[in-house]
Structures are given as C-alpha cells and as structure tokens.
Design a protein around this ligand. Structure first.
Ligand code: FAD
Length: 302
C-alpha cells in the first residue's frame, strides 16, 4: 500500500480544523476542550464558521478571540455577505483584524433558514451589500492585507449556471485576491480528483484543499448534503443502514470511511486536509493519525 508516513514532526501533511461557534456555555466549554485536544496536531490554521444569515456574528467573533489563545495555530474567521451592507461586513473584517485575525474565509453565504430547515430560497444581495464572494474578496483587499480562502464545489454549486460557470467563478475569486480554495465535502475520492483536474485545466494554480466531513450519522449527512448538493453514494447509504441505534459502531464506520477517503487522496498527492470537525476531537484526531500526522507536544497551548 501507499506510504502514509510523514517525513518528520512537521511532516509533509498539513491539516486545518473548522469549528462552529458555540450556542451555550456548555458547548463553548466543549469547543475549548476540542481546540486544546487538536492543538498538538499542529494545524496550519483553525477556522470558525459564520452562521446562516450572519446570525452568529457576535458568537463567531467571541470564538475566534478565544481560539486565538487556545488553538495553538493562526485562526481564520469566516465571513459572509448575507443580510448586511458592505459597511457592516467591512466592520466585522476590521474587528477580526483588531483581534489579530489575519485570515478570512470569504463566502457569499445562504439566505437564512427558518427553524433550522434549509430555506431553499435564492440569495438576494442586501441593498448596498456585497453581491457575491468575489466582490467580498475585492472588498477585503481594500481593508487589510488578509490571507483569504474561498469555497470550491467539486460537485458544482447548486445555483451555478453550469460546471464551467462555477469554475469561472472560482477563478474570479482567486484572481480577486484569494490564495486558496477549500472544498465543500464529498464522499468519493474521484469526485475531488476529477475536480482537481478540471481546476488545473482551467489554469488555476492555487491550492485546492479537500474539505473532509466525518459524518456521525446518515441523517446528518442527508441534511448537510441537501443544503449543498453533495451526492451521497448508495454504498454509503447501505453502510449506515440499520445502525441508527448503534452509535459506537456508527462512529467506527464513519472513521473507517473517512480514513479510506483520506488515504486515497493522500496517495494521489493531496498534502493539506481541512476537517469539518463538528466541534468533536476524536474523529479528526483519528484521521490525522491515519494520515501520519502525529501530535507534537510543543504545539499544545500552555
Ligand atoms: P459564490 O462564490 O459567490 O457563488 C455562489 C453562486 O453564484 C455559485 O453558484 C456561483 O457559480 C454563482 N456566481 C457567483 N458569481 C457569479 C457571477 N458573477 N455570475 C454568475 N454566477 C455567479 N456558509 C455560511 O453561511 N457560513 C460559513 O461560515 C460557511 N463556510 C463555508 C466554508 C466552506 C469551505 C464552504 C465550501 C462553504 C461554506 N459555507 C458557509 C456555505 C456557502 O456560504 C454556500 O455554499 C453559498 O451558497 C455559496 O457561497 P460561495 O462563497 O461559494 O458563493
């Protein structure tokens, strides 16, 4: 099989971890524990999402501030264009900069949903707001020399006119000043590898980092996939069939499936993996181990 070892403590595998802002004190405590638990793995960066409709603005800013102390890595703040004027979005960016956040994941965002459901509504720019992620990237360049990451869609964004139009949009975002794209999650290596080929054929040289989602149950996978158009393969549905009442077995299956995906990507030369941690330590930590990324005590926060 392929050699999964890394070349030393730094290795040639880089990882990054995505968190969501906690809603309660209990969830905040859990996030801090997760951040501290993953810190020894020496992530290149950790990031905090910006809730639908900008609803988590305060919580996201609070979480990035805390993670800056605990993650043992640079913190990236996500930022969206939803329900906000340019001035309001720019204000959040300036607050990030004042907090020491030097990296923004710049997104358009989606219309806010009701009762946690996908709204299915199309994005309509706020009057005086940024009209898409590319415009946001251009705006951020005016504010401060942020490092900027953007989103990419191996299975094409559901609103894109065509796969080629979506690729053109990715190129526009990178040309506007983003340095890297992080992908929406996907479940088969070939989905990413075909996309990577199309990206290269389009003349895009920026790093395309696969986003890895270790789903903990198939219902959650359906919910997430319905929101973003990701495809859940039949074999995966079958794997989880009948496991609803068996959480331990389920989590072992989850890690095995995501581990195999990472192994295949690694064998195809992928060296940076972005993990959607869902604020949990063990799945992402296990996947890092399987990729040969080992904890390094000096990365741990004091
Ligand atoms: P854009 O790049 O602006 O693209 C949106 C759509 O419009 C695409 O279909 C694109 O092809 C099309 N388009 C754009 N510009 C043009 C144009 N000029 N002409 C024609 N078509 C155009 N959501 C959150 O709310 N908070 C988060 O923290 C968050 N984090 C994310 C992190 C990652 C890594 C990823 C992959 C997604 C994340 N999302 C987040 C979801 C994201 O907001 C949605 O997928 C949203 O629908 C699209 O955002 P975007 O930045 O890709 O938009």
């Amino acid at each position: 099989g392929p050699d999964l070892s890394t070349r030393g403590p730094e290795g040639d595998i880089a990882v990054s971890f995505e968190f969501f802002p906690p809603k309660t004190d209990k969830m905040a405590a859990a996030l801090h524990q997760t951040a501290r638990g993953l810190a020894p793995l020496g992530p290149r960066f950790v990031s905090v999402t910006y809730g639908a409709g900008g609803s988590t603005r305060e919580r996201t800013l609070a979480a990035t501030a805390v993670l800056a102390q605990e993650a043992g890595a640079p913190v990236a703040g996500h930022l969206t264009c939803v329900n906000a004027t340019r001035a309001e979005v720019d204000d959040v960016a300036r607050t990030y900069w004042a907090q020491g956040v030097r990296h923004i994941v710049a997104l358009r965002g989606d219309p806010p949903a009701q009762n946690g459901q996908t709204s299915g509504a199309r994005f309509i720019p706020t009057p005086g707001g940024y009209e898409n992620a590319a415009a946001l990237v251009r705006g951020l360049r005016q504010i401060a020399p942020f490092e900027i990451s953007v989103a990419a869609y191996p299975e094409t964004h559901p609103e894109a006119a065509s796969a080629q139009a979506d690729l053109d949009n990715l190129k526009a975002k990178l040309d506007a000043g983003a340095t890297r794209a992080i992908t929406q999650f996907f479940f088969e290596a070939r989905t990413f590898l075909r996309f990577r080929d199309r990206v290269a054929a389009a003349g895009i040289t920026a790093e395309i980092v696969p986003g890895i989602l270790p789903i903990s149950n198939i219902e959650q996978a359906y919910t997430f996939a319905a929101q973003c158009g990701a495809h859940i393969p039949l074999w995966m549905r079958r794997l989880f069939d009948g496991l609803d009442a068996h959480p331990e077995t389920r989590s072992l299956v989850t890690t095995a499936v995501a581990g195999e995906l990472c192994r295949q990507l690694r064998a195809e030369g992928v060296t940076h993996f972005h993990f959607y941690t869902l604020n949990k330590t063990a799945p992402s930590a296990a996947l890092c181990r399987l990729l040969g990324r080992h904890p390094c005590p000096e990365n741990a926060p004091a």
